[in-house]
Ligand binder design. Structure first.
Ligand SMILES: Cc1cc2nc3c(=O)[nH]c(=O)nc-3n(C[C@H](O)[C@H](O)[C@H](O)COP(=O)(O)OP(=O)(O)OC[C@H]3O[C@@H](n4cnc5c(N)ncnc54)[C@H](O)[C@@H]3O)c2cc1C
Length: 277
């Protein structure tokens, strides 16, 4: 009589994007309105790999809200950082023309309520916006405000993977009070001989030093891109920022002969805004 041996249970497979709980391992104020959170999975398993530019979708249990709030936050560090994920969150103020409205609920919760040791649930890594890993084209990264999070991930990845692709990172923000992740950008710049980075402040304050905190006053212009990025029409351009920034950059790049298919963008809001629809 043959005795059937008990089969070992198949390893539990988890879909790469399924829900996972993370503990906040560190929280840092980057600048006036921006904090970063370092997240580690509570199950103790390794981080799931991601491509620079992707994001996590959080289900935030904000006290007083009837349902969890669903909010997306991009990875703000590169995939080579393997012991935690970092997200970088701007506290969303009321719209300038309606200051009587309350600030953003999810970002306020992450800024003011969530502390080190708290747990957050998220799905991911996910998202179609990411560095095209097989491409060999030069890379142009254009970010406005907190749109810098996915760009810093890409910029650091190109440095840490010793990529031969030339990369130009052009970031715009209002003032030094809103300028985050400077050390990450400077570190990647110093270690990658193929990289270039400049910062524009559109309203520099008296405490902001040109040549130290920022390079140019004003907005990013077509003239700047033409003068500093050789063969921009051949580049792959990644764009992320507030709606007016996205519209301006899109028009500028098209005007410089960059093909529509070479412009990759992430909207932190509805994507119909880009082409003025
Ligand atoms: C793929 C993706 C990646 C993202 N990555 C990041 C990231 O890395 N970092 C980041 O900071 N953000 C990121 N975002 C944006 C983020 O998901 C949130 O949208 C953002 O934090 C605002 O959410 P909130 O809950 O704070 O604001 P909400 O509560 O959604 O409020 C949004 C705005 O509406 C205003 N408002 C409040 N009440 C009213 C009203 N009655 N009428 C009109 N307006 C009102 C608020 O003042 C605020 O300005 C990303 C978005 C996407 C889609």
């Amino acid at each position: 009589m043959s005795q059937q041996r008990e089969q070992p249970a198949p390893p539990r497979t988890r879909r790469p994007s399924s829900r996972r709980t993370y503990r906040v391992a560190a929280k840092r104020r980057e600048c006036d309105l921006i904090v970063s959170l370092d997240l580690v999975p509570v199950d103790g398993e390794p981080l799931r790999p991601f491509m620079p530019g992707q994001h996590l979708t959080f289900s935030l249990a904000v006290p007083g809200e009837r349902r969890p709030l669903i909010r997306n936050y991009s990875f703000a560090d590169c995939p080579e950082e393997t012991d935690h994920y970092r997200i970088t969150v701007k506290k969303e103020p009321p719209p300038p023309d309606q200051p009587e409205l309350p600030p953003g609920i999810g970002s306020l919760y992450l800024h003011d309520t969530v502390q080190v040791g708290d747990e957050l649930e998220a799905i991911g890594p996910r998202g179609e916006f990411h560095l095209l890993m097989e491409s060999t084209r030069p890379v142009v990264l254009l970010s406005g405000g907190v749109g810098l999070a996915p760009m810093v991930s890409i910029f650091k990845h190109l440095a840490q993977s010793a990529s031969p692709r030339p990369v130009w990172y052009i970031h715009g923000c209002q003032t030094g009070l809103l300028h985050a992740l400077r050390d990450d950008i400077q570190g990647a710049l110093a270690s990658n001989p193929n990289s270039h980075a400049v910062t524009f402040y559109d309203a520099p304050g008296p405490e902001d030093a040109q040549g130290e905190d920022y390079d140019y006053a004003g907005f990013i212009t077509a003239e700047h891109l033409t003068a500093h990025v050789p063969d921009i029409a051949d580049a792959e351009c990644y764009v992320c920022g507030p709606a007016p920034f996205m519209q301006a950059m899109y028009r500028t790049l098209i005007g410089l002969g960059v093909g529509e298919e070479q412009i990759l963008y992430e909207f932190f809001g509805p994507s119909t805004i880009l082409k003025g629809e």
